[in-house]
Design a protein around this ligand. Structure first.
Ligand code: NAD
Ligand code: IMJ
Length: 263
């Protein structure tokens, strides 16, 4: 039980395949009290049904492209939880037409949307939740920390066909993790990212050649397998817990070692 007595807010659950749902379940299993959100009303019923099945009692809408929804979420969290020990950001979006062909053809509006939802939203959420997540250190520099975790992908560091504007948004997201870690460290708020290997979720649906990639990866990855959402969730629980009290500004690959390979 690494999270008992800890309270968290999770963004990015769409359905049972979502990485954020695996993190939700793992956090509950480790004793956390949670507030779950949905980014679009069409997910509301599904999210509440999933959450109730594991005893989650608090819910809120939050479209991260809307400042007023981020502010309302932070207000609700303050009202219902008082303080917040962790926040999980499992949100990404680019227009479908940007995720095919060349990055060179990215439209100005397509770039703006991908950056806004997939990268800027992390800074906006950190700003809104800072007062709820701030922690005091004792005279020896020891004390509790709070934790923000986001999800990223290798395409933010290397060229992956079709990932395009999302790769550029993930590069910005990973740089944001470092800048936010520097800004929020004095308040004892840690900010880290988990870089997951490819997993068949809603965000992978319709991505051309995704199945081919999943089939070919085990032959090339050190662990000779694809990763599961549970494996990503367990690494996330580490970041969310006090086991990671000395870790901030980090990107941790949970990808069966694929990122380490050259040829
Ligand atoms: P998913 O589709 O289940 O999750 C994406 C979530 O983003 C959804 O819940 C969706 O509602 C939410 N979202 C989109 N626009 C939003 C908005 N404006 N406001 C609020 N929420 C919004 O897919 P997933 O694979 O679980 O993705 C979660 C995260 O993991 C994403 O950041 C994704 O880039 C990252 N990731 C996924 C993979 C993969 O292969 N599936 C690999 C590495 C990283
Ligand atoms: C997404 C597109 C292209 C290649 C891809 C992916 N590869 C992987 C993904 C190789 C692993 C999944 N991924 C890591 C994502 O971050 C996906 C983000 C995403 C997916 C969609 C699909 C539907 C849509 N917009 C999207 N926006 C972001 O309309």
């Amino acid at each position: 039980m690494l999270l008992s007595g800890r309270k968290g807010v999770i963004l990015g659950v769409a359905n049972k395949r979502s990485i954020a749902w695996a993190i939700t379940q793992a956090a509950r299993n480790h004793g956390a009290e949670l507030l779950l959100t949905w980014g679009n009303d069409r997910f509301k019923e599904g999210v509440v049904e999933l959450g109730r099945s594991i005893g989650v009692e608090r819910y809120a809408p939050c479209d991260v492209s809307r400042d007023e929804e981020i502010a309302a979420l932070a207000e609700q969290a303050k009202r219902e939880l008082g303080t917040v020990d962790f926040l999980v950001h499992g949100v990404a979006f680019a227009r479908k037409e940007e995720l095919t062909g060349g990055y060179v053809d990215t439209s100005r509006e397509g770039y703006r949307i991908a950056q806004d939802i997939s990268s800027y939203s992390l800074a906006a959420l950190c700003r809104a939740f800072r007062p709820l997540m701030k922690r005091e250190r004792d005279a020896d520099g020891e004390g509790p920390t709070s934790s923000v975790v986001t999800l990223t992908y290798l395409g933010g560091q290397r060229v992956i066909p079709n990932y395009n504007v999302m790769g550029v948004a993930k590069a910005a997201l990973e740089a944001s993790v470092r800048y936010l870690a520097a800004d929020l460290g004095p308040d004892n708020i840690r900010v880290n990212a988990v870089s997951a290997g490819p997993i068949k979720t809603l965000s992978a649906a319709g991505v051309s050649s995704f199945s081919t990639m999943l089939n070919q990866l085990p032959a090339r990855a050190p662990l000779r397998k694809n990763v599961t959402t549970d494996e990503v969730a367990d690494a996330s629980v580490f970041f969310l817990s006090e086991l990671a009290r000395g870790v901030t500004g980090e990107v941790l690959f949970v990808d069966a070692g694929f990122h380490a390979m050259g040829i």
